[in-house]
Design a protein around this ligand. Sequence first.
Ligand code: SF4
Length: 161
Amino acid sequence: MQLNIGGLIPESVVDGPGIRFVIFAQGCQHNCKGCFNPELQPFQQNRLMTVEEIIAMIKEHNSQGITFSGGDPFEQAEGFTALAQACRKLGLSIWSYTGYTYEELIQKPTKLKLLQELDVLVDGRFVLEQKDITLKYRGSSNQRIIDVQKSLAKGQVITIQ
Ligand code: SF4
């Protein structure tokens, strides 16, 4: 299975706790005003990589976790689900950003499947009017940092900060 990748950052300290390997999905339909990665919005072919190729790169680095960003990883839910499952086998924690809300994701079976593989979801579109540079790991105050496994178990959104 191939993923359409907009970029990779092997060592990031701003996309979740610790040193994280960040994978950017190419393609996003949310069109947020003030988007910080507008070049990742078009659904055009960028760098096609297999799960195995990405995992091989991850293994070359001493990452404490993986973060999916974009673009929107949930537009390639099947590919990112396979990648998340492979990352889990390495024992790595998985965060993902998305422009969708948690409530939207749980209604779509393919997207729910990806959600189920995550530890943490940072959800919701970037809203320029609610931009707050003091917030950690998110750009605007409407976005939530969600403990996915606890939220799925309880049937309600549980945030971690
Ligand atoms: S969800 Fe993220 S990548 Fe997509 S338009 Fe909004 S800010 Fe940009």
